[in-house]
Design a protein. Structure first.
Length: 325
């Protein structure tokens, strides 16, 4: 990023009319923490923990996990750190596990489904995260929740982890926030139900687009059909933000859509108050944010729903940005 954009890091992340929006970073290893702050991020909205589990024969022990999460927490202090529990399986196979052979890995035993099948390993990770929560604002996020039962089962394992720490006299944040990724269409449809039992939502647009449009996010033959502005995606985002608002919980976006300034007016206008992205994207998104006005963003967002195709929405948005913001 050129130095002009980096200088933006000093300026407040707010619209022209003074609406503050939380811009955070997505990270995979503790070394990325400082870069988020340098780019003006106010914390980490998505710590993908998979890296710690990959390319090794054995699953990392609780202490090793604790050290990694604690290092990340120290790096982003005093800002919040949202740690996503293991999102393995599918195309992210771990050498330390016997994954089933699957015909459709993206629809298979991955993410929270995998975690719930190995509760002891899952609990180990939750204990490590809980321990770090004693030191600062740390939050837990479950990936790929597709129904209420999964959320409840994951919370039950979390309660066991808390009880074990209590028994051992190990401190943790008793009010630790527990949120979920919204990245499966069924979660969108029942987002009002999920919102009642979640402390926050974070939309994983990468998977949500993949599953909503039935387009493999990594299939090079289908790139043109992978459309973030498809009306089905926009309607889904609206449903999620309304469910969050109804329950009084924050709605964040942590998929790639959050890091592209083109989508910012729509996301703002829909009511997302928090965006998490690769550190390098923060300055450009902030630059666009500081050009936006909430009323105009709301108008742009609602105008997007008048169109029937992604292409029309895309044209409209580019034009709106060129002329309005
Ligand atoms: C997503 O699906 O949008 C997301 C943020 O998670 P990941 O890219 O790690 O699947
Ligand atoms: Mg995902």
């Amino acid at each position: 990023v050129e130095s002009g954009l980096l200088r933006l890091a000093e300026l407040p992340p707010e619209t022209r009319d003074g609406q503050r929006i939380l811009l955070k970073g997505n990270v995979e290893v503790p070394e990325e923490g400082p870069s988020v702050l340098r780019h003006g991020g106010e914390g980490v909205g998505l710590y993908r923990t998979e890296m710690l589990f990959m390319n090794r024969r054995e699953m990392p022990e609780e202490e090793e996990q604790y050290q990694a999460y604690a290092a990340m927490q120290r790096a982003v202090e005093p800002h919040p750190l949202t740690i996503r529990t293991l999102d393995a399986g599918g195309d992210k196979l771990l050498d330390g596990l016997q994954h089933p052979t699957e015909q459709n890995p993206a629809l298979g035993v991955r993410a929270i489904r995998l975690a719930l099948r190995m509760p002891e390993e899952f609990k180990k990770q939750l204990r490590a995260i809980l321990r770090v929560s004693a030191a600062g604002d740390v939050r837990i996020m479950f990936p790929m929740i597709s129904c209420l039962d999964e959320l409840r089962s994951a919370r039950a394992v979390l309660e066991q982890a808390k009880a074990e720490l209590d028994d051992a006299g190990i401190p943790f944040d008793r009010h630790i926030q527990v949120g979920i990724m919204i990245e499966v269409p069924s979660a969108v449809v029942v987002s009002d139900l999920l919102a009642r039992e979640s402390d926050f939502f974070s939309v994983g647009t990468n998977d949500l687009i993949q599953y909503t449009l039935a387009i493999d996010r990594s299939n090079e033959h289908l790139v043109s059909l992978y459309q973030p502005l498809h009306p089905a995606v926009l309607r889904s985002l609206r449903t999620v933000v309304e469910a969050a608002r109804g329950a009084g919980i924050p709605a964040c976006i942590c998929g790639e859509m959050a890091g592209d300034p083109l989508y910012l007016p729509v996301l703002l206008g829909l009511g997302f108050g928090e965006l998490s992205m690769g550190a390098g994207s923060i300055p450009r998104v902030k630059q666009m944010l500081r050009r936006c006005d909430m009323n105009q963003a709301a108008e742009v967002a609602s105008a997007c729903f008048a169109f029937s195709t992604a292409e029309q929405v895309d044209l409209f948005l580019r034009n709106a940005i060129a002329t309005t913001f």
